[in-house]
Write a protein that binds this ligand. Structure first.
Ligand code: SF4
Length: 325
């Protein structure tokens, strides 16, 4: 099959600093303390990454009561509620926190807003673990009506708050910037005194990857995003391409590519969500070339130099560990 199409690669794409850090935390814990290491929720939303860590001895669970008392647990990059932290303590678990520091930043902001007596509107996707963790920064004994979740401008229209003048908002870190802007606009229209977070909650990696898709997609007639179905930021990349009027698909790996997608296409754009490893991108490129695509052109983009430190209790434990020669 000859599609006569070329491939363009978005830049930046793939792993962000928070995902890199989360994977290193699980790997270091496995290396220094030995298997099994329990991980609450998929440490990052990527099947390949999770399968690799599982093969090394990580056990992924959804709830802490699945973990034997006294074990080691790692909280995923998406963050956890205060109730989960408290439960880990009660169960005598040693916890290492792979919550992305940019999610923690939002948690701290929520806490400050609550201390200032504000009710908080969170813009995010219902059921996503990051949303559960951030919504769960309000103490359990506090009035649960202090925090509201909205996804769309329609949700904003239906929102009932106690005092419209004592309101603030935060967002999930991996939203579509354009969709979030629409919801913020609706909030500001309905609640003119609503306070914005001190800095944008949508993270640098989400912003850079979405900007790169916009630059790439305008010259493409097909866009492939490498990412797992439960990856919020990968789904948003596909939507950003589709919103540019381009046919776009998300694939977990090269085996999901369908030859018919390439029919009649001139330029195929490829990118990857923040939790998708580059090896999967290279496999997708190789498969596209097997299917007849020609040369690959990598676009220029923002250079990311963000590196996050590992949790102090892990680095200290690793230093003390007898296996650390
Ligand atoms: S996508 Fe953003 S918030 Fe999520 S892990 Fe990466 S850097 Fe952190």
């Amino acid at each position: 099959m000859n599609t006569n199409s070329d491939i363009v690669l978005a830049n930046p794409r793939g792993f962000c600093a928070g995902v890199d850090r989360a994977i290193i935390i699980v790997e270091q814990a496995l290396e220094k303390f030995g298997a099994p290491i329990y991980v609450r929720h998929e440490v990052v939303h990527n099947k390949f990454v999770v399968d690799q860590l599982r093969a090394k001895g990580a056990i992924f669970v959804e709830e802490l009561d699945e973990i034997p008392a006294g074990s080691t647990v790692i909280f995923s990059a998406h963050g956890v509620s205060k109730a989960v932290r408290a439960e880990a303590d009660t169960r005598g678990l040693t916890a290492y926190d792979a919550t992305c520091p940019l999610v923690t930043k939002v948690h701290i902001e929520v806490e400050k807003m609550r201390k200032a007596g504000l009710e908080i509107v969170m813009i995010g996707h219902k059921g996503h673990p990051e949303v559960e963790g951030t919504m769960g920064q309000v103490d359990e004994q506090e009035d649960a009506t202090g925090m509201y979740l909205v996804e769309t401008p329609e949700d904003v229209a239906a929102l009932q708050v106690r005092n419209p003048d004592m309101l603030a908002y935060v967002t999930q870190t991996t939203l579509s910037l354009d969709d979030a802007a629409m919801v913020v606009e609706a909030l500001q229209k309905r609640f003119p005194n609503i306070k914005a977070p001190r800095s944008d909650s949508i993270c640098y990696a989400t912003q850079n990857r979405q900007d790169a898709i916009k630059i790439m997609a305008k010259d493409c007639d097909l866009v492939i995003i490498v990412g797992s179905p439960n990856s919020s930021n990968s789904n948003r990349l596909r939507e950003v391409a589709q919103n540019q009027g381009v046919e776009a698909y998300m694939v977990d790996n090269a085996s999901f590519l369908k030859p018919e997608w390439l029919t009649g296409k001139q330029k195929i754009g490829v990118s990857a969500g923040a939790s998708a490893p580059e090896v999967l991108v290279q496999e997708v490129i190789a498969k596209l070339q097997q299917l007849g695509a020609n040369q690959v052109q990598e676009l220029h983009g923002v250079v990311e130099n963000v590196v996050f430190q590992l949790p102090k209790n892990l680095t200290n434990a690793v230093k003390k560990s007898p296996s650390n020669h």
